[in-house]
Design a protein around this ligand. Structure first.
Ligand code: FAD
Length: 915
């Protein structure tokens, strides 16, 4: 709660998450009491602000956590009333069946809240047609100091309050209008123009829109809904240079598109490097040494013919413009979504820039009239070039709003001075080009420039408005409009702590830039199961990174306390290790890796819990135990062992399964395997320790499936890979085990035959975590579907199996969803090729994740996670297949169903095939 997507860091005194408007009223009453009167009150939604909007030192009111319900919905009237903490995508998903939607769109739609959008007057793609949030709000309820409630539906706001606000609007309006450029991205916060539609009317509720919580706490909002267009068309226009695209914008607008979005050469090159442009037609991409620059032009509506005509008109206009090279148009919804994902990836691409200078937000949303765009960008980029500052640009060209993120090292004195200098200069530049400094993201600390922009008279009126709503200056003070206190300033506000040297195990935690991608609300998305189930930022990658940097920088200063260390352990304990953060976060904050490093340090002075020692022992001993299975198996099922497990905090441990011999299979050591000669059908199945002990049926199914598809699988004896030691933070043990397994893999590599893993978590652990300890020259270890799909793409024919006879749902392991998004398509391709109908379920984590779900202290979260996105899909599936061993265990214990490995489905289909 101390950070957002800006460079600033303000530590609050406390955080309160109300469950209802009544709670908010109680909170505000309590905060009137003597001991709390000095505390400021600042609302927080998703915390995705780019300029410290939701940061302050007093009490933070977290609306996102509980106040996220739909209160009323009126289909005929096309409106919905919501609590402010509801996330934009969540709202639109809940409205999906109605054909209506809330139109203002942000790139942060899966994590920003309606309260935050209202308070910053957010907008994004499509705003030229749909307007900003302020154009789509019909009314609201808010609370002022002491819990006083104001409701736009009621007439009891009080005469003196209304008179004071009306008089202030009248005073400020003429001066403001004199200064304001007439842009589609109009000025809000405080919008005295709309609040005073005529001399006898005052619409006070227009004022908190865009006011960034400086007037009070919004507790309910009525939103206008629009009919969702049923047809979309995306036209890509390739130009020679970025300046050509910018100059083209005004002319292209004549074709009346819903949006024109652009990315500059720098961003485009990064996108190309990341492989995002690979699927684009060559005429759009250009050559490797000369990329073309793309404008994304979208047309939306319900009339195909009309949209086609607009598309044609747009191409015709483009063809006559300077630098125009080529066009490509599509109406395929899947391809449109995929192409837009290139544009959406921009912030991430910039966030992932290596080195100490990082692209940061502080001058990132200037708006100028589209006809001035090219000239403004030329001046802006010249300014940055004169300081030798690299930058990336992307944004909404149709409304003249470009996002420019200069790359600076805010921890160097020189760059901090530049930060302020560039900020001042860009404010002047935007104003000079007839534009506005804060076109989309709100003001936050940049509210420092408000008085200079609106002029003395309007600012004096703003002060009177602030005093009428918030006479004691409690709400988000020192921002936007001050009442005598010093304004927080761009150059003077505390910034995030400087990272230690890159070699420090905790340095990566400092890379978190608060973009909040990890605060994803969607139960079906892989990103951060522990945040999803707790709703508590502390249990998100952002919260964990924040906890680590707070403790670690205190350590550097010499004032870290044992309590801080316990707090960090507490924050990390709920991490399930899915790695969605390592892959999905633009800055690749790898919490499982940081947790491993932290626990290693933590347990260097404290004993390890028995359960952790048992888990690590089990992995190390699994290969030997598997060999003496007939002796171990009865013991593993004995009630004595179950009681002992329970005593150590382990719940429902898995049972030792039947061995390979029961399936007519044997295993070779890697040494033996490497000494023999193999043919070109041989594939090695590299067993992981846990599957080899507890789930040999899955190994056998994989072997059988491969065999039936014409391969000759050879099962390799299991060896501990160090997964448990990594999770529990025993680094020396992890490294020793990883080195041994790496040596065996290299030995197998010498045979030239493919190596296929038996569990997704093992495959991705070896691929991702081994290189981090220097084991980066290993042979590829395939997952089975990845291997088969690549064979298919290579032209290998697959014969049909029991055509049309089987249908099933495949559930993926969260780690493979996170680390290899292609997994889904590969399973689909493999089963389609053999004519078996499968659906790959879109789910989050099942809640088991290795040992997590077996640990007593995690039972509630583990089971709730299963209920969140798995339970109903499992219940309705005709056949349940799960790729992960732990996922199969979780299905077994949380539902009456049994999950099989997808290769069992495949093998059964072939075996039942009369051919
Ligand atoms: C990568 C990235 C991309 C972005 N893209 C866009 C974009 O396309 N378009 C866009 O407009 N913005 C964009 N933003 C900025 C940001 O997402 C928006 O400003 C968003 O509306 C903020 O919503 P939030 O819920 O995160 O609010 P927060 O950041 O939590 O808060 C924003 C402000 O609203 C106030 N507030 C929140 N809730 C209430 C309440 N209930 N009552 C009173 N005040 C309240 C807070 O005090 C704060 O001042 C982007 C940000 C990032 C990091």
């Amino acid at each position: 709660m101390a950070t957002d997507n800006s460079v600033y860091r303000l530590l609050p005194a406390g955080v309160v998450a109300p469950r209802s408007a009544e709670d908010v009223a109680i909170l505000l009453k309590v905060l009137e009491e003597g001991p709390f009167r000095h505390l400021s009150i600042t609302a927080r939604g998703g915390g995705t602000g780019t300029n410290g909007q939701s940061l302050n030192t007093g009490i933070i009111v977290d609306f996102r956590r509980y106040m996220n319900r739909i209160v009323k919905f009126d289909f005929a009237g096309q409106w919905v009333e919501v609590e402010p903490g509801i996330v934009l995508d969540d709202l639109n998903e809940r409205l999906a069946g109605t054909g209506l939607f809330f139109a203002p769109n942000t790139s942060t739609a899966n994590r920003c809240t309606i309260g935050g959008m209202v308070s910053t007057d957010a907008s994004g793609k499509g705003s030229r047609v749909y307007g900003k949030t302020s154009d789509n709000v019909l009314g609201l309820e808010m609370m002022l100091g002491g819990g006083r409630r104001l409701d736009s539906d009621r007439t009891d706001a009080g005469r003196s309050f209304l008179d004071a606000v009306a008089a202030a609007c009248d005073e400020g309006l003429p001066g403001l209008l004199e200064r304001l450029p007439r842009l589609s991205r109009r000025f809000t916060g405080y919008d005295v123009e709309r609040a005073r539609p005529s001399h006898d009317r005052i619409e006070w509720w227009r004022l908190p829109i865009g006011a960034e919580g400086t007037l009070g706490l919004v507790t309910r909002v009525r939103l206008k809904l629009l009919r969702k267009p049923s047809r979309h068309r995306l036209l890509l226009l390739a130009f020679d240079r970025f300046s050509d695209v910018l100059s083209a914008t005004s002319a292209l607008l004549r074709a009346d598109p819903t949006a024109i979005e652009v990315i500059d050469d720098w961003v485009q090159q990064r996108a190309a490097k990341a492989g995002l442009l690979d699927d684009l037609p060559k005429q759009i991409r250009g050559d490797t040494d000369h990329h073309r620059v793309i404008a994304f032009v979208e047309f939306s509506g319900d009339d195909d013919v009309g949209l086609g005509a607009k598309d044609d008109a747009c191409r015709g206009i483009a063809a006559g413009l300077q630098g125009y090279k080529a066009s490509y148009s599509t109406t395929d919804p899947g391809q449109i979504a995929q192409l837009w994902s290139i544009r959406s990836a921009c912030v991430g691409l910039l966030g992932a820039v290596e080195g100490s200078r990082k692209p940061i937000s502080f001058v990132e949303d200037c708006v100028v009239p589209p006809e001035n765009l090219a000239a403004f960008v030329a001046d802006f980029t010249a300014l940055l070039a004169s300081h030798g500052v690299p930058f990336g640009i992307y944004g909404h060209a149709d409304v003249g709003c470009l996002h420019t993120r200069p790359a600076l090292d805010i921890h160097s004195e020189r760059d901090r001075a530049l930060y302020k200098e560039i900020s001042d200069a860009v404010f002047q530049l935007a104003t000079r080009h007839g534009g506005i400094f804060w076109g989309e993201h709100g003001k936050g600390i940049r509210g420092e420039y408000l008085e200079a922009f609106v002029g003395e008279d309007a600012y004096r009126a703003f002060r009177r408005i602030k005093a009428a709503f918030d006479p004691h200056n409690r709400f988000n003070p020192a921002k936007l409009v001050t009442l005598g206190e010093t304004h927080l300033t761009v150059g003077g506000t505390t910034m995030r702590p400087a990272p230690p040297a890159a070699a420090d195990a905790f340095s990566r935690a400092y890379a978190c830039n608060g973009n909040a991608v990890c605060l994803n609300y969607d139960a079906k998305a892989a990103m951060c199961p522990s945040f999803k189930i707790s709703g508590d930022v502390k249990h998100s990658p952002k919260g964990r990174a924040e906890a680590i940097t707070s403790w670690h920088s205190a350590l550097g200063r010499g004032d870290a306390t044992p309590a801080m260390e316990e707090a960090v352990r507490d924050a990390l304990d709920g991490c399930l290790g899915c790695k969605a953060c390592a892959s999905g976060c633009p800055t690749h904050i790898d919490i499982p890796e940081l947790k491993s490093a932290f626990l290693s340090r933590y347990h260097s002075t404290r004993p390890r819990p028995l359960a952790d020692r048992m888990t690590m022992f089990l992995e190390a001993a699994a290969p030997a135990l598997a060999r003496y299975r007939s002796l171990v198996r009865p013991l593993s099922n004995s009630s004595l062992l179950r009681v002992a497990s329970l005593k150590s905090g382990i719940v429902a441990p898995p049972k030792v399964s039947a061995g390979l011999s029961s399936f007519g299979l044997g295993a070779l050591s890697s040494g033996d395997a490497s000494r023999r000669r193999w043919n070109d059908k041989t594939v090695f199945l590299v067993q992981d320790a846990f599957t080899a002990l507890f789930d040999v049926p899955a190994v056998a199914a994989t072997a059988r499936g491969l065999e039936l598809m014409g391969y000759e699988p050879v099962v390799i004896e299991a060896l501990a890979g160090g997964k448990a030691a990594h999770v529990k933070g025993d680094r020396p043990r992890f490294m020793a085990q990883a080195k041994r397994l790496a040596a065996e893999l290299r030995r197998l590599e010498a045979t030239g035959r493919p190596l296929i893993g038996t569990d997704p978590s093992q495959v991705h652990f070896i691929r991702h975590d081994y290189p981090r300890i220097g084991l980066d020259d290993l042979p590829k270890i395939w997952s089975v579907e990845e291997f088969l799909a690549s064979q298919l793409r290579g032209g290998r024919p697959f014969r049909n199996a029991a055509a049309g006879g089987t249908s099933a749902t495949i559930f993926l392991h969260c780690t493979e969803q996170a680390m290899r998004p292609g997994t889904r398509a590969d399973w689909e391709a493999v089963f389609a090729a053999i004519d078996i109908k499968v659906t790959v379920a879109q789910t989050g984590c099942c809640g088991m994740a290795g040992t997590f779900g077996h640990e007593r202290r995690h039972q509630e979260w583990s089971k709730s996670l299963f209920s969140l996105s798995w339970a109903s899909r499992v219940a309705s599936a005709s056949k349940v297949c799960a790729t992960g061993f732990s996922c199969r265990c979780q299905v077994e214990r949380c539902s009456p169903r049994t999950a099989i490995h997808p290769m069992r489905l495949l093998a059964d289909a072939f075996e039942n095939d009369p051919d």
